[in-house]
Write a protein that binds this ligand. Structure first.
Ligand code: GLY
Length: 574
C-alpha cells in the first residue's frame, strides 16, 4: 500500500488539493449560488486559470480556430498552472470538426529506450514506490510540445508564433500569484521539490515562499518557450532544451537521453465512439482507458431509467457504482498502449458486452469486487482539463498532465519547466500484484517506447449531427467517473452545463471496493441505504475539475462552465 499511503498523505496537503486550491474547504461550491455559465455568441475557452482562458479567447477573437486556441491555452497554463499545465508532460486532444467528423491527438509520454519492466526494483528484487513515483526514473519522455505542434500542423490556422507568444509574455513579465497557487508553490519548494535547487530557484523568492499577490516571473521558462516559438517542437526536442534535459537525467540516474527526445512522435488516433440515449459520445482511445470505460459505463446505464431513480439517490449511486466496478475491472484486465498490446476496444464498447455486464448487477445488493488479483490503489488527483469551441463549431477537448501535482517536482536547470512523473502510471513490475494496491499484470508494464496507461477522458458529445458539449476533468481514475456524471447530469437529469459541473460526484474503481462521495454530496440516510446494500462508503474531499462547454440549443450560444472547485479557473468567451 505504499502508493496508496503516499497519495493519502498527499491528499491532506492543501497545495495538492486540486480539490480546494483556495484552501477554503467548506461545502460544494455550487450550493453557494449560481455563478455561471458564461455565455458568448461565437467562441469559448474554459480552463483552470482565467489568464490561460483569456490567451485562448484572444486567439479565437483574432480569427484563430479552436485548435489554435487550445494550443495557446495549453502553453499559457504551462506558465500559470504549474501543478499540471505543462510542456514537460503529456496528454490527449480530441477534436470534433464542424462537419461532424472527429480525430484525436495522442501526446502521451513514452518510456525511454532504456526502460524495462523491472526498472523500479533494486538488486534484491525489492520494489521501490519512491523510485517509481518520485525520482528521475519516474520521468517519461514528454509529449506536449510535439502534440501541440502536430495538432497545429494538421488542423491549426493561425501562425504558430502567435500561439506561443502569449505564454512567453506571461512567463517573462509574470502574473499575480493567487492564494491557491501560493499554497501549491510553498508545498513544492518546501517539501516535494526541496531537494532540487532549480525547483526552489524557479518557484520561490530566493528561498522564501511566494505569497498571494506577488508577481511570479519565470525567465528560464520564457527562454524555453521562446525557443519553441521560434523553432517549433525542435526548440524542445533538439538543441539547447534537449541538452539541458539529457544533462539533468545523466547527472541524476535518469534514463532519458537526447535520442529519446529525438525519437518522440505524437500520434493521430481514431477516437472511441459510442452512443447514449441518442447522443453521440466521442472520446480518447488507448493508451487512455478513459474513452473505453466511459462508453462501457454509459452502455450499462442505458438499460436503466436512471432519471426515475433520482439524482444521487441510493438506487442511482448503487447502479453507478456497479457500472463503474465492471468498467474498471475491464480496464485493469485489458487496457494499455495499443501500439504494444492487442486491446479489444471494439468488443469492450459494444452494447452486447455492456448487456452481459448489466445482467450481473443485482438492483438491490452490492456485488463484490473479485479477489485482489488485480488490486490497484488510488491515483493522484492532479492533471488538468480545458475545453474550447470556436465560431464555426469546431470543438477541442484537451486533458494533459504531469501525473502528480508538479509532476516529479524536478525543474530542468536552465530550462525552467517541471518534469512529469508519468512512469508511475506503468504497473510496478512483473507479477507484483498485491492486495496493498500494487499491480503487476503484463499489458501495462514499462517497455522501451511504450506509452503508460492513462485515465484521461477528454470527450465531446453531439446529437443529430450537432455539437452538444465538450467535457473532461483531472483526477486520476476519478476522471472517467467525473466525465460520466457530467454527461448523465445533462442527458438524464436535464441540468444546464453549470449545474452538471457543480453537482456532487461519486467514485468507485472496482478496487479498493468502496464508494467515495464528495462531502455533502448525499444525505446521511442515503449513505445508510447504500451501506445496507453492502457498499462501504467514504464521504469527503472533492472530485475533479470538469471545465466544460455546452451549446445552447435555442440560440447557439456557447455556455462556458468553469468548475467552481477551483476559484482560479475561468470561462472566457467572445
Ligand atoms: N496521470 C493521470 C492519467 O494519465 O490518467
Amino acid at each position: 500500500m505504499e502508493r496508496h499511503k503516499t497519495l493519502g498523505a498527499l491528499l491532506l496537503l492543501p497545495a495538492l488539493l486540486a480539490l480546494t486550491p483556495s484552501g477554503q474547504g467548506g461545502s460544494i461550491p455550487g450550493a453557494a449560488g449560481r455563478h455561471g455559465p458564461e455565455r458568448a455568441p461565437s467562441g469559448m475557452v474554459v480552463s483552470e486559470h482565467w489568464l490561460a482562458s483569456e490567451a485562448g479567447r484572444d486567439v479565437l477573437a483574432a480569427g484563430g480556430n479552436a485548435v489554435d486556441a487550445a494550443i495557446a491555452t495549453g502553453l499559457a497554463l504551462a506558465v500559470t498552472h504549474p501543478a499540471a499545465g505543462n510542456i514537460g508532460g503529456g496528454g490527449f486532444m480530441v477534436i470534433r470538426f464542424p462537419n461532424g467528423t472527429s480525430t484525436a491527438i495522442d501526446f502521451r509520454e513514452k518510456a525511454p529506450l532504456a526502460a524495462h519492466p523491472e526498472m523500479w526494483l533494486d538488486e534484491n528484487g525489492e520494489y521501490s514506490s519512491d523510485v517509481h513515483h518520485n525520482s528521475h526514473r519516474a520521468v517519461g519522455v514528454p509529449g506536449t510540445v510535439a502534440g501541440f505542434e502536430k495538432a497545429h500542423r494538421l488542423y491549426g490556422s493561425a501562425a504558430w508564433v502567435d500561439l506561443v507568444e502569449p505564454s512567453v509574455v506571461l512567463a517573462e513579465e509574470g502574473f499575480l500569484v493567487t492564494e491557491g497557487l501560493a499554497e501549491g508553490l510553498s508545498y513544492l519548494v518546501e517539501r516535494k521539490g526541496s531537494g532540487y535547487p532549480a525547483t526552489v530557484a524557479a518557484f520561490s523568492k530566493d528561498g522564501a515562499p511566494y505569497q498571494a499577490g506577488d508577481l511570479l516571473r519565470q525567465p528560464d521558462l520564457a527562454r524555453t518557450l521562446g525557443r519553441i516559438r521560434d523553432e517549433g517542437a525542435a526548440g524542445f526536442y533538439h538543441g539547447e532544451t534537449a541538452r539541458l534535459v539529457a544533462e539533468e537525467m545523466r547527472a541524476n540516474g535518469g534514463l532519458i537521453t537526447e535520442e529519446d527526445l529525438d525519437l518522440y512522435q505524437a500520434r493521430e488516433r481514431t477516437p472511441v465512439r459510442g452512443t447514449y440515449r441518442g447522443y453521440e459520445i466521442v472520446s480518447m482511445p488507448p493508451p487512455s482507458s478513459g474513452g473505453v470505460a466511459l462508453v462501457t459505463m454509459l452502455n450499462i446505464l442505458e438499460g436503466y431509467d436512471v432519471a426515475a431513480m433520482g439524482h444521487n439517490s441510493a438506487p442511482y449511486v448503487h447502479h453507478l457504482a456497479e457500472a463503474m466496478r465492471r468498467a474498471f475491472r475491464d480496464r485493469a484486465t485489458y487496457l494499455a498502449d495499443q501500439d504494444f498490446v492487442d486491446v479489444p476496444v471494439h468488443t469492450l464498447i459494444t452494447k452486447e458486452h455492456a448487456g452481459s455486464l448489466r445482467e450481473t448487477i443485482d438492483p438491490a445488493r452490492a456485488s463484490t469486487s473479485a479477489p485482489s488479483d488485480l488490486a490497484q490503489g488510488y491515483e493522484s488527483p492532479e492533471t488538468t482539463h480545458y475545453s474550447v469551441v470556436d465560431a464555426d463549431g469546431m470543438a477541442v477537448s484537451v486533458t494533459y498532465t504531469l501525473e502528480a501535482g508538479y509532476g516529479a517536482g524536478i525543474v530542468v536547470p536552465g530550462a525552467g519547466f517541471l518534469l512529469n512523473n508519468e512512469m508511475g502510471d506503468f504497473n510496478a513490475g512483473p507479477g507484483l500484484t498485491t492486495d496493498r494496491g500494487l499491480i503487476g499484470t503484463d499489458p501495462n508494464l514499462a517497455r522501451p517506447q511504450q506509452r503508460m496507461l492513462s485515465s484521461m477522458t477528454p470527450s465531446i458529445v453531439a446529437k443529430d449531427g450537432e455539437l452538444v458539449a465538450v467535457v473532461g476533468s483531472p483526477g486520476g481514475r476519478t476522471i472517467i467517473n467525473t466525465v460520466l456524471q457530467v454527461i448523465l447530469n445533462v442527458v438524464d437529469f436535464g441540468m444546464d452545463i453549470q449545474e452538471a459541473v457543480d453537482a456532487p460526484r461519486v467514485h468507485h474503481q472496482w478496487l479498493p471496493d468502496r464508494i467515495r462521495i464528495e462531502e455533502e454530496g448525499v444525505e446521511a440516510s442515503t449513505v445508510a441505504e447504500l451501506e445496507a446494500m453492502g457498499h462501504p462508503v467514504d464521504m469527503g474531499g472533492r472530485q475533479g475539475l470538469a471545465h466544460s462547454i455546452m451549446i445552447d440549443p435555442a440560440t447557439g450560444e456557447r455556455l462556458g462552465a468553469a468548475d467552481p472547485r477551483n476559484p482560479d479557473s475561468g470561462a472566457r468567451g467572445h
